[in-house]
Ligand binder design. Structure first.
Ligand code: ADP
Length: 409
């Protein structure tokens, strides 16, 4: 196991900047997930770490070695990919030991490593099986065992569970967490599956258009997103966004007002455009607002579509004025993905037994402790929670991309 550092890594493909000045500092034994929309540069980042792609600029260190110019085999990394490339004519033992045999390891050492790896991935008793006699999950475990026998300093896993069915993915997710605990090794893991990223990671690195947006523990990304992109990307369904403007008593949108002490917000002034963000679970029916410690003033809305999910019900709400941009969804704007969505709508998540119908006039309140304010022009978060502005400033816990962080430097 080892620390992994990317310093100002850029990868340019003709007119495409796949990775843009990436700085990552991954600790020894840490499990970090790279997430972001398709084409944001996750795989290219992994390929530069593995040595399969040469960065245009920047330095990659593993432990105390500068590996930027080393060939893949000398970097101490092992990769597991989405497509499980096992040799079809070799049994499990030969597949797992292939690399060791190529490098002339002695037979006892090969036996020892294969036995330990198959024990870790729980494939004991299957060493003489052929790949076509195994399930997708078992084949993926062979691929992982093949990586383990190399005793890598760093594991690179690029969507290793993407081709498995949903139930098996959930099972393999817990297996990988167990594996990480057992091997105590550094793992960099690419996924588009939020549940995987939230449950497995020590930290999540959110990437957009080749640029690192935030790297933080999952709940910090969820509760204190560094900017609009992270706020809209992490969490399903997405955070609601409503456009507003800073006034001298808070933020005014065309449908409601959020009272707060604006003098405590740095970097913006009265009249500036502000985006209010609130997650569906932080929107409540006003008559149940007694459960909310710091509710906003009641906001009149009309219910639209209901989506009963079993454990909760999603209620689409029409805000009184139809001029707001709400309900995050992604939309391509040039080569950047931005958060935008249908006009004048708010999504609320309620208990499944709530007495509510479609096309009903109701009042809702927002939980002031969970209202996020963003600078609409830069997209950067200004404040998370408006109930005590002075106590809830951005930067108390969240580590912003590019910012110095004592705990990781
Ligand atoms: P992700 O893994 O996040 O889906 P990739 O790292 O595969 O993204 O790709 C990032 C960007 O780089 C995309 O725009 C992709 O088209 C481009 N890209 C990746 N590999 C190459 C290549 N070999 N040649 C040209 N462009 C590439």
């Amino acid at each position: 196991m080892a620390q992994l550092t990317l310093e100002h890594v850029t990868k340019q493909y003709e007119d495409v900047t796949a990775v843009d000045d990436m700085n990552l500092d991954i600790r020894d034994g840490e499990f970090v997930c790279l997430v972001g929309p398709s084409g944001c540069g996750k795989s290219t980042t992994m390929e530069t770490i593995a040595g399969l792609t040469k960065p245009t600029e920047g330095t990659i260190r593993i432990g105390d070695r500068d590996v930027t110019k080393l060939p893949p085999k000398d970097r101490g990394v092992a990769m597991v990919f989405q497509n499980i490339a096992l040799f079809p004519h070799m049994d499990v033992y030969d597949n797992i030991s292939f690399g060791l045999r190529l490098r002339d390891f002695d037979t006892d050492e090969i036996d020892r490593r294969v036995n330990r790896a198959t024990e870790i991935v729980q494939l004991e008793g299957m060493l003489d099986r052929m790949p076509d006699e195994m399930s997708g999950g078992q084949r993926q475990r062979v691929a992982i065992a093949r990586a383990i026998v190399r005793n890598p300093d760093v594991f690179l896993m690029d969507e290793p569970l993407a081709n498995l069915d949903a139930k098996l993915r959930v099972h393999m997710r817990t297996e990988l967490q167990r594996l990480h605990k057992e091997l105590d090794t550094t793992i960099i893991y690419v996924t588009h599956d939020q549940a995987e990223a939230m449950t497995m990671s020590d930290r999540i690195a959110v990437i957009n258009a080749g640029e690192l947006q935030q790297i933080d523990p999952p709940l910090v990304c969820y509760n204190q997103p560094a900017n609009l992109f992270v706020a809209g990307f992490i969490g399903s369904p997405s955070m609601n966004f409503v456009e507003g403007e800073l006034t001298d008593s808070g933020v005014r949108t065309s449908s409601f007002h959020v009272d707060c002490d604006v003098s405590a917000i740095d970097g913006v002034s009265v009249g500036d455009p502000i985006t209010v963000g609130v997650r569906p679970e932080d929107v409540h029916l006003a008559d149940r607002g007694q459960d909310v410690t710091a509710p906003t003033q009641p906001i009149p809305v009309d219910t639209d579509v209901l989506e009963p999910m079993g454990n909760e019900v999603f209620v689409y709400l029409k805000l009184e004025s139809g001029s707001d941009r709400t309900m995050a969804e992604t939309e391509i704007d040039g080569d950047k993905e931005v958060v935008a969505g249908p006009q004048g709508q708010l999504l609320m998540s309620l208990e499944p037994d709530t007495d509510i119908e479609e096309d009903q006039q109701v009042e809702v309140v927002l939980d002031r402790t969970s209202i996020h304010l963003f600078d609409s022009q830069t997209g950067n978060a200004l404040v998370h929670g408006v109930e005590h502005l002075g106590n809830a400033r951005v930067g108390d816990e969240a580590t912003h991309a590019g910012a110095e962080s004592d705990s990781y430097t």
